[in-house]
Design a protein around this ligand. Structure first.
Ligand SMILES: [Zn+2]
Length: 307
């Protein structure tokens, strides 16, 4: 609607009163730019009604910043988050993604010279686990960047002091374009000696669609023309809860984990459209010791407060 009006105004013949420009001092914009460094634009990825005050209150609690943060509605879609200190903004971005009532909270920097009507948020950072890596060569940091090259960009690859990872998967911090289907994995060919299918799981993955693979709606609400809404057997859909990483295992602090408790270990025997060698892999179940159980309870306690 706003863009339609912008186009309309560009075609109008302006009156003298409209044509005369208003001069805004550069200093005014500089002040705005400084303030923008402490601010973010945000949008909840859902078409459903939600209580904005509940969202704001919940984010204040789970971010645990200890300093002030203000939420202001910019329009019906976007709102502004202003932090008292710019460091708090970086902390929130670093520890994301964040979700409210299973929906992703998209956040992005603000260009103080960009009109609100032109704001577009579509990128979000996730920790992605790459499974089925080879014992040695495919565990180096450099390979992590290669495997993540199909995402918008790779922000980090978690390795130990030796420059490798030795757990059953490698964690890579990547920027995901939420307007596109999630990547379920990637074929990698190392040294021209055969191709390996590396499957991905996403930490703290919010609700997404098992038909089209996009974040922002459930498979029951998919509007994709290819979606087979008559299919009620989730295991036959091309995406599923198996793309959510098990809630344990991440090194970074997690405020909430929306990985499904009941389905985190489930991986389908058959994945339509995936290479045949992807079908045999199963997400490993680790026995939980008391320490793990306590951490899990902490995660779930916070999740229930939100949902
Ligand atoms: Zn969909």
């Amino acid at each position: 609607m706003a863009r339609d009006l912008d186009n309309l105004y560009q075609q109008l013949t302006l009156t003298n009163g409209e044509e005369t420009e208003v001069l805004v001092e550069g200093e005014t914009l500089e002040e705005a730019s400084v303030r923008a460094e402490r601010c973010m634009c945000a949008q909840l990825q859902t078409a459903k009604y939600y209580n904005k005050e509940a969202l704001f209150g919940t984010m204040r609690k789970i971010w645990r910043l200890g300093r002030k943060v203000w939420f202001r509605e910019l329009n019906s879609t976007f709102f502004l988050i202003e932090f008292e200190y710019a460091n708090d903004k970086q902390k929130v971005l670093r520890e994301g993604p964040w979700a409210f009532d299973k929906s992703l909270l998209l956040m992005g920097e603000i260009d103080s010279k960009q009109p609100i009507s032109q704001i577009q948020l579509k990128h979000c950072s996730f920790w992605v686990r790459t499974h089925n890596l080879l014992p040695f060569s495919a565990r180096a940091k450099k390979l992590g960047y290669s495997v993540g090259s199909s995402f918008v960009r790779v922000e980090d690859v978690e390795v130990d002091d030796s420059g490798c990872t030795w757990r059953e998967y490698m964690r890579i911090r990547v920027v995901v374009d939420v307007t596109r289907p999630l990547l379920r994995g990637k074929k990698i060919c190392i040294g021209g000696e055969g191709t390996v299918w590396t499957r991905f799981t996403y930490e703290r993955l919010p609700e997404y669609c098992y038909h089209c693979g996009k974040i922002g709606h459930s498979f029951k609400d998919c509007t994709s023309p290819d979606a087979n809404l008559e299919e009620d057997d989730v295991s036959k859909l091309p995406y599923g809860p198996w793309l959510k990483a098990n809630s344990l295992g991440g090194r970074s602090r997690s405020g909430i984990n929306f990985g499904s408790r009941s389905t985190a270990g489930a991986f389908p025997a058959m994945v339509p459209g995936l290479p045949g060698n992807a079908r045999a892999y199963h997400m490993a179940h680790k026995p939980h010791n008391d320490n793990h159980r306590m951490k899990l309870a902490q995660h779930e306690g916070i999740a229930e407060m939100v949902s």
